[in-house]
Ligand binder design. Sequence first.
Ligand SMILES: Nc1nc(=O)c2c([nH]1)NC[C@@H]1CN(c3ccc(C(=O)N[C@@H](CCC(=O)O)C(=O)O)cc3)CN21
Ligand SMILES: CC(C)C(=O)C(=O)O
Ligand SMILES: [Mg+2]
Length: 280
Amino acid sequence: MSSVSAASTALYGGTSGRRVTVRDLATAKERHEKWPMVTAYDAMTAKIFDEAGIPVLLVGDSAAMVVYGYDSTLPVTVDDLIPLTAAVVRGSSRALVVADLPFASYQASPQQALEAAARFMKEAGAHAVKLEGGRRVLSQVEMLVSAGVPVMAHIGLTPQSVNVLGGYRVQGRGQSGDELMADAKALEHAGAFAVVMECVPADLAERVTASLSIPTIGIGAGGGTDAQVLVWQDLMGLTPRPAKFVKKYFDLAGEMGRAVRTYADEVVSGAFPAPEHSYH
Ligand SMILES: Nc1nc(=O)c2c([nH]1)NC[C@@H]1CN(c3ccc(C(=O)N[C@@H](CCC(=O)O)C(=O)O)cc3)CN21
Ligand SMILES: CC(C)C(=O)C(=O)O
Ligand SMILES: [Mg+2]
């Protein structure tokens, strides 16, 4: 585990070679160990995050926006996401790989949810699935759990409902905080192994975290959750206008722009390729 940074825990960088399991995540909560999750959509970035000790990789339906160039997550399909998920599984060896069930692949019925989850597990090797919604998707969560599929829930800002929510905005302020708390408890009772809370007030996320025995994963939910998740293009500085909850850890867009301009200049000037890049 030499490539893992100093702040290592039993979970973050610590399962000595084998894949992280949902049971490891439950244990981490008991130990009050915080852990990081990032998205991944291809084998090479998955390998980098895996070797850095990230215990959970999410193949998000955010691929619709950051991979496929749509302006919402709605257009992406199971067929679009399966090859990306398979690549992330192939690129990783330690991380638990969670596949996001895309819009309209699970809402219709528990049977539809199991069919979609089964495709991610059989065709891509995903270890768990994530779906959006609270009490309205309980029958789906129960079906998946009874079939042996670990389910990560996702409440608060649920981007697949952007046309009902009226935009990507904070959820759970005031009265609706009680609804969010009730959703979280119902999802835990239905057997979800973790719950993502997106764009909710920090104090609410902290109260939900204290009320649940399963891990909570925050994105724009403050520092009181058990784990955090970010879209990797956001934290690496590839996203043009990231949300307020994003911290930019690198200027990848700037660095890549500089590098490709230098390459282009050297092709034009004849400086590249040099003799050492040529076969003799
Ligand atoms: N690159 C990327 N990162 C994400 O985190 C992400 C996606 N894509 N696609 C799917 C959803 C959409 N998400 C978003 C997108 C935008 C905001 C945003 O700009 N929010 C405003 C607050 C608006 C308000 O509350 O009025 C912000 O300024 O933070 C939030 C979440 C999160 N998810
Ligand atoms: C931002 C995370 C939670 C997500 O659902 C996604 O990347 O699709
Ligand atoms: Mg998603």
